[in-house]
Design a protein around this ligand. Structure first.
Ligand SMILES: Nc1nc2c(c(=O)[nH]1)N[C@H]1C(S)=C(S)[C@@H](COP(=O)(O)OP(=O)(O)OC[C@H]3O[C@@H](n4cnc5c(=O)[nH]c(N)nc54)[C@H](O)[C@@H]3O)O[C@H]1N2
Ligand SMILES: Nc1nc2c(c(=O)[nH]1)N[C@H]1C(S)=C(S)[C@@H](COP(=O)(O)OP(=O)(O)OC[C@H]3O[C@@H](n4cnc5c(=O)[nH]c(N)nc54)[C@H](O)[C@@H]3O)O[C@H]1N2
Ligand SMILES: [Mo]
Length: 761
């Protein structure tokens, strides 16, 4: 009997490397997406899925939260190579049936790679591993619901259960899920956002009064300067490149801040525009600042100090009316800048002062400034201070709440923002709980629940005994894989509502269930007919998404139906008519309208082409803070000191994955093929450490006196600042310490892990 393996296995697949690419998209991208779609399903099904992708009234692309253009939409919907891969992954006609689980034990499956697991196809039946058994087997839906209900009702307190949510869950399913969980009696609702943009939400909520971005898509065409920090849009938000292309054509300047020279930030050839194909595409970045990992706070402070010096000289750099009337703490903030030294800040971030000054000059000259960021800013110990410093910059310039300017945290999962709006939050705002109490007449729990890090610790300590995951891949997405594995195995029951097989199904509690569900692309038929769901994109637009493909199995239930099933089997006093809600999702939307601000007339407005915008006060220069003013904050620089032989590691996404779902083994734009267990390293560092190209090494982390090892990674020489290294998530998650997280937001520090490197024996 083989041992259960919580990490992807270490067999190598044959690495090849080339020079990194200098542009993104183009014909290769279109070709590559076709290959993925038609390799996974019959041609008719493939064409149908692509033709409906991101069309008004069609399927919302499950790959990212970038918005669709507001006005006109082309006959060919806007989608990208990686959207097509996401569709291929979900709409595949390959199936993982109960026979498959007779053939492979759980332990055997745990020896397979993430890529292999994903390739096996869609889950078709509800499944159970009974206590002591080594195989999943079929279970009837009702028996599964009863089992969950019995376990939940056996707990000493509802706070011994954990209810995770990933970010693909629709508004309708998320609302029902949080309603059921609060009726059951807990706020233990960790979500993927805890590991993602929580730092953005914390920083923006505190300073501007709303934890969301302020720009709209059409602000990009009006912007004069766009700064992109810690984001790789060529891979993770490819449709953003067409917005950047339009911005450039309208005259905007782009500043990119990244330790890597990412192809998608250099140049873009629109695969669906003849002009680009013929003329060779649009150069994007004007000034590329190759920053050291976690150097952003120092860089932003340097920018703000240079802006202040220019303001002192000319009196024309800051928006003084705005500063006086709508902000607070300006004087103290400015005083704090005076004690900073530009030389030191430049040394901290690793960018020479002339380059910093050149970029700052663009900020001095212009007011319509958009700042975009993603995981390169949010997953560090000082992420919240760093993002607050972004806000300081925009406030100095008066660049918030104007056309062509503002904050743009670029969200990850396609409905992660909507799930939060629906109340998936371990620290629910009072107004939400008051509304639930008013509308449904029950007393919702007021005590804050566990976030992701605390949920893992609670399971490890035996304080939580049941884990239910609405989507996602909790084991592989969270930090400290070995520790999290033990925590999950400590549970009496683990349950995953999933579309595809993943590693979290294989590292389970005493009893485990897999509940197979419909995905975005699947036709959702209920008692009243075909249903659609709704989602909120990165810019606060709520719109519909309707699946079109015949589900691969008749045994799949929709997420709302699964929540209703669990709720009916668990709650004793059912004050909600769960069946009627599932029969017609309009009934769910009517309840959302009553419970959450901004959803007036939901059922009518969601049917309009393109949907509707949610209220966004900062967009109107209104700040719902305690003082009704935007706040300057003073953010002390606390730099990470590396000892001899230590490196700062960021764990990033390759071009061929969606989070823990591995589509293929290539990172095409970075020129790394056929292998994921690699570590990108600076060549001078390699020489000093006596490491050769393709040398096989072990990676170590020692946070908190615990030795963590990731075995057998291949060294790839790469253009990256000295002492900085990069590996892929989730293979390197074993090194991310559970106790290393961002101040305030508690986001694990997946982009600044201190490691040492040894040659593998
Ligand atoms: N195809 C595809 N699309 C996706 C996803 C996917 O996995 N695949 N995931 C989705 C999700 S959930 C999310 S959250 C987003 C993620 O989108 P990104 O945030 O773009 O994803 P990462 O690969 O984590 O990339 C982080 C980028 O930040 C840079 N970086 C790392 N550390 C630092 C730093 O300290 N400072 C600066 N300035 N830069 C740094 C890295 O070099 C890299 O370019 O994408 C979403 N879209
Ligand atoms: N080291 C490191 N760790 C990270 C990150 C990092 O950059 N570095 N990034 C973090 C970020 S930004 C995020 S958002 C998290 C992601 O964490 P998660 O959201 O938990 O992980 P995913 O890989 O997106 O989840 C994939 C699984 O979701 C299921 N699924 C797909 N579609 C659906 C659906 O429609 N419904 C249901 N019910 N299930 C579905 C499939 O079974 C699939 O296996 O990971 C975080 N972890
Ligand atoms: Mo994310």
């Amino acid at each position: 009997m083989s041992k259960i393996n919580p990490q992807p296995p270490t067999d190598f697949t044959g690495i090849e490397t080339t020079e990194p690419a200098k542009e993104a998209a183009g014909f290769t991208a279109v070709f590559s997406s076709m290959k993925h779609v038609f390799g996974a399903m019959p041609v008719r099904r493939g064409l149908k899925s692509l033709l409906h992708l991101n069309q008004k009234g069609g399927v919302d692309c499950p790959s990212c939260a970038w918005p669709d253009p507001d006005g006109e939409r082309s006959k060919i919907a806007e989608y990208c190579e990686n959207g097509a891969k996401a569709i291929a992954e979900e709409a595949t006609t390959r199936k993982v049936t109960p026979v498959f689980f007779q053939k492979y034990s759980v332990a055997e499956l745990s020896q397979k790679s993430d890529y292999w697991l994903g390739q096996q196809g869609r889950l078709t039946h509800p499944l159970i591993v009974k206590e002591g058994s080594h195989h999943y087997e079929k279970i009837a839906w009702n028996d599964a619901f009863q089992l969950i209900g019995n376990q939940l009702n056996k707990l000493d307190s509802p706070d011994e259960a954990i209810f995770y949510t990933s970010g693909r869950t629709s508004n309708e399913a998320a609302f029902l899920y949080q309603l059921f969980i609060r009726m059951y009696g807990t706020n233990n609702m960790p979500d993927c956002s805890n590991m993602c943009h929580e730092s953005s939400g914390s920083a923006l909520g505190e300073t501007l009064g709303l934890g969301k971005g302020s720009v709209k898509l059409d602000d990009f065409e009006k912007a004069e300067v766009i700064m992109i920090l810690g984001q790789n849009p060529g891979t993770n938000h490819p449709r953003m490149l067409s917005a950047l292309e339009k911005a450039k054509r309208a005259g905007a300047k782009i500043i990119s801040v990244n330790p890597l020279i990412e192809a998608g930030l250099l140049k873009f050839k629109h695969p669906q525009e003849m002009r680009d194909v013929v003329l060779g595409g649009e150069k994007l970045t004007d000034i590329y600042l190759q920053i050291r990992i976690n150097g952003d706070l120092a860089l932003l402070k340097a920018f703000n100090k240079i802006l202040f010096e220019a303001e002192k000289r000319t009196g024309e750099v800051f928006d003084k009316d705005f500063l006086i009337n709508q902000t607070e703490n300006y004087e103290n903030y400015i005083k704090s800048l005076e004690s900073e030294s530009l030389e030191q800040l430049s040394a901290e971030c690793g960018i020479v002062l002339e380059e910093i000054r050149a970029a700052a000059e663009l900020l001095i000259q212009h007011k319509k400034i958009i700042v975009c960021w993603a995981m390169g800013l949010t997953q560090h110990k000082n992420s919240v201070p760093t993002i607050r410093e972004v806000v300081n910059l925009l406030l100095l310039k008066g660049s918030i709440g104007i056309e062509g300017g503002g904050t743009c945290p670029v969200r990850g999962h396609s409905n992660v923002q909507g799930d939060r709006t629906m109340g998936i939050y371990e620290k629910p705002p009072k107004v939400l709980l008051d509304n639930l109490q008013k509308v449904f007449g029950f007393e919702p729990p007021r005590k804050h629940g566990f976030d992701t890090v605390d949920a893992i610790k609670a399971m490890a300590e035996g304080k939580a005994k049941v884990f239910i995951g609405m989507g996602g891949n909790f084991l592989s997405a969270t930090p400290d894989t070995e520790f999290t594995a033990k925590a999950l195995q400590n549970c009496d029951l683990t349950v995953h509502v999933s579309t595809k097989l993943n590693r979290s199904h294989l590292i389970h509690g005493k009893t485990a269930l897999i509940l197979p569900t419909l995905g975005r692309t699947d036709l959702d038929m209920q008692a009243s007919g075909e249903q659609f769901v709704s989602v909120e994109d990165s810019m606060g637009v709520v719109h519909s998404s309707k699946g079109v493909l015949k589900p691969v199995s008749e045994h799949l239930l929709s997420e709302p139906a699964i929540v209703a099933g669990i709720a009916k089997a668990t709650l004793r006093n059912n004050i909600v008519d769960w069946d009627s809600l599932v029969a017609n999702y309009d009934n769910i939307r009517a309840l959302i309208e009553q419970s959450i601000a901004g959803f007036e007339n939901y059922n009518v407005r969601v049917r309009q082409d393109g949907g509707f915008y949610l209220p966004n006060p900062p967009r109107e220069r209104k700040f719902a803070t305690d003082t009704q003013k935007a706040k300057f904050t003073i953010n002390e620089l606390e730099s990470i000191k590396l000892k001899e032989g230590e490196y700062l590691m960021m764990t990033i996404r390759s071009h061929d994955q969606f989070n823990t779902t591995v589509y293929g083994l290539d990172d095409r734009y970075r020129g790394i093929y056929n292998e994921r267990r690699i570590i990108m390293m600076n060549e001078t560092d390699m020489q000093e450490a006596d490491l050769e190209k393709y040398q096989i090494v072990n990676l170590h982390n020692n946070h908190g006196g615990i030795e963590r090892v990731a075995e057998k990674f291949i060294v790839v020489p790469y253009n990256i600042p000295q002492k900085c290294v990069a590996t892929y998530f989730p293979e390197a998650n074993v090194l991310v310490p559970i106790d290393s997280y961002a101040d305030i937001s508690k986001t694990p520090t997946s982009k600044s892990v201190i490691i040492t490197i040894t040659k593998a024996p």
